[in-house]
Every structure is written in C-alpha cells, then in structure tokens.
Design a protein around this ligand. Structure first.
Ligand SMILES: NC(=O)c1ccc[n+]([C@@H]2O[C@H](COP(=O)([O-])OP(=O)(O)OC[C@H]3O[C@@H](n4cnc5c(N)ncnc54)[C@H](OP(=O)(O)O)[C@@H]3O)[C@@H](O)[C@H]2O)c1
Length: 322
C-alpha cells in the first residue's frame, strides 16, 4: 500500500450512525420494506429515502418490472412473493429492520403472514415492524373478523417468534371514507351508509407511512404495540357537517340499517362482494370497533397528523385555499 493512502472500511452494520439532511443523527440499519409497489409501502419508501437517502434501503417486490420508479430512487430491488417461502428467506438475509406490510389478498393472507413471520425468524431478521389493524374484538363475533383474523394470527406469530418487534395498529384509513361515500356525495347531498352514530378515529395513510418511517429511523420501539390514530373520533354526522362547511352545499347523513342498505345496493345492481365491505365495516364502526383516539401517532411523527377536515378538503374541494 502506498504511503499516505487511507483505508476506508465499508462496513454497514447495525448501530452505525449517519446524519440526515436536517443534521439529525440516525442509525444506519439495513431496512427492507415489503408491499413497496403499493400505496402504503411506496409512501414509506418515498419518505424514508427523502429522510436518509437510498443507501441500505431495499424493497421486496413480486415483479421487478413493475418497480422501475423504486429502482430510479436508488433503492435495491429484491424479488420475493408472500406465497413463496424460500424467496422470503433469501430476501430477508442480513436485514436489520423489516417493515412488513400486511397482505392485501384477503383469501390467502393468513398463509402469507405465516410465511413472512417464519421466514423472518429463519433469516434472523433484527426487528420486524408489522402494519396491523386497530380493533376492539379479536374473535369471530367481530363484523370484520374476515379481515381481523389474519392480523390476530400475525401478531401472535410475531410475539412467539422471539424476534424484536413493533406492532403498528393502524386506525381505519381516512381513505376509506371517499371509497364508501363515493365521489358524488357533494352533488347528492347524502351520505348513505349503515354506520349509525358510531365514531371512528379516521387517519390518513400518509400519516401511517410517516409513523413507519419514524420507527424505522429511531430507537426505543422494541417489543412495543402502538395505536396509530388521530386524537379525535368522528361519526358520519360529523363528517356530513364537515363536508357541508367545506363545500357550502348541504350534506346530510342518512343512516339506513344494514338490511335497508343491502337491499338498496342490491336493487341498484351492486354485486354481493361489493356490498360486503361497506356493510361489515360500517357495522363495525357502529359498534365502536375503530374508536381509538390516541396521541401516539403525533408523538412518533413529531407533528399534528392530518385532520379529517384537511383530508376531506384535499379529496372533495381541492381548489379551496387552506
Ligand atoms: N386499516 C385500514 O383501514 C386499511 C385500509 C386499506 C388497507 N389496509 C391494509 O394495508 C395494507 C396495505 O395497503 P395498500 O393500500 O398499500 O395496499 P395496495 O396498494 O393494494 O398494495 C399492496 C402491496 O402488497 C403487495 N403484495 C400483494 N400480494 C403480495 C404477495 N403475494 N407477495 C408480495 N407482495 C404482495 C403488492 O404488490 P404488487 O404490486 O405486486 O401487487 C403491493 O405492493 C393492505 O394490505 C391492508 O392489509 C388497511
């Protein structure tokens, strides 16, 4: 070696520090994000890369040809499928922090969740962060048991795995409101959903992603379970009043019972599968399943989460000045 040359060791071990663009000291861990081509996962990747750059960030994708935008960001693409256990074991090698987005395939998600947790255990992942779901009822009596069961299973498997974990129990996404109310609600002036006067702490997907980034880039989250929601709950009567205020047009909440709602949608030609989701989720809202006002999210992200009013303004009256 020539005199005067310095040796740089390129070791990327957990516990090394880097400094981000805000001059904050952050730990450099090897992070892998699943579901990265989806809405939640891509929001996490975008914010994470903005915060600390793409080094040490990799993403699990089923089909790398669909992930050109992620590749352009400079993150590493790793091919893997929740259906393919060996692909997961391979993808998880050397990972310090795994951000595991729950499977979106309702029919197969229990098997998917089992595959991911077992593969993470076999690969000795340092820490698993799981995007779970707020609920008051774990058993079959829940109107949304068909969604909740795979989360209950994943949480139990993760706790039994011996891995370090953080369970992010996500509120009901604010994003489901426009899905259920429809894009014509300001014109019709009616919210027609069977949620009675039940309240929910609707929280935007963007803020869930920010909470994930906070956990991925700081310490102190080992073996914690977080309720990720805004600090206030709203009924659909409240939502109607907010829409009225924002648009200047009267919006009222009609609260049909589940039978009347089902009959009306069936008569309008909506297939049974399309009715199942709004009926079961609205029945659960009516029972208070998603009523979890909480300040953990605000503490994690260090700012006020997006209010439901701002969220609805963005969706329904985007031209309105703030
Ligand atoms: N709390 C709530 O109110 C609420 C509301 C909506 C969703 N969620 C939950 O949040 C999760 C993420 O939501 P999202 O809106 O981001 O969903 P999304 O946009 O549909 O994204 C799903 C992601 O999962 C990936 N994926 C699906 N099947 C896979 C498999 N077999 N192997 C590997 N990856 C697979 C998809 O990859 P491809 O691009 O290859 O398809 C995609 O990247 C959902 O799965 C759901 O559990 C919760």
């Amino acid at each position: 070696m020539q005199k005067g040359h310095r040796i740089f060791l390129n070791i990327q071990a957990p516990g090394l520090f880097t400094v981000n663009n805000k001059n904050e000291k952050m730990i450099m861990s090897k992070i892998l994000i699943t579901g990265a081509t989806g809405k939640l996962g891509s929001a996490v990747v975008n914010e994470l890369v903005e915060k600390q750059g793409p080094a040490n960030v990799s993403v699990l994708v089923r089909d790398p040809s669909k992930a050109a935008a992620l590749k352009e960001k400079g993150v590493e693409l790793v091919q893997g499928d929740y259906n393919d256990y060996q692909s997961l074991v391979k993808a998880f090698q050397g990972v310090d922090k795994l951000y595991f987005v729950s499977s979106s395939e309702i029919a197969n998600r229990s098997q998917h969740h089992e595959n991911v947790v077992k593969a993470a255990t076999e690969a000795k992942v340092g820490h698993i962060i799981y995007t779970s779901f707020q609920r008051k009822t774990d058993d079959d009596s829940s109107p949304v048991a068909f969604v909740a069961a795979a989360h209950v299973l994943a949480e139990n498997l993760i706790k039994e795995s011996g891995l370090k974990f953080t369970l992010m129990k996500h509120a009901l996404y604010a994003d489901i409101l426009p899905m259920f109310m429809g894009d014509q609600v300001l014109n019709s002036g009616v919210i027609f959903l069977p949620a009675g006067d039940g309240k929910a702490s609707y929280t935007s997907r963007g803020d869930m992603a920010s909470a994930g980034v906070a956990v991925l880039t700081s310490e102190g989250h080992d073996n914690k379970t977080y309720e990720i929601s805004v600090d206030k709950s709203y009924s659909l009567t409240d939502i109607a009043a907010i829409l009225t205020e924002l648009s200047g047009k009267p919006v009222n909440y009609a609260a049909p019972d589940a039978e009347t709602f089902t009959a009306a949608l069936t008569q309008a030609g909506v297939p049974a599968q399309g009715i199942l989701f709004p009926v079961s989720f609205c029945t659960a809202i009516n029972q208070g399943e998603f009523d979890f006002p909480n300040t953990t999210l605000e503490k994690l992200i260090g700012r006020k989460p997006e209010s439901i009013k701002d969220f609805l303004k963005k969706v329904y009256v985007p031209g309105l000045p703030s």
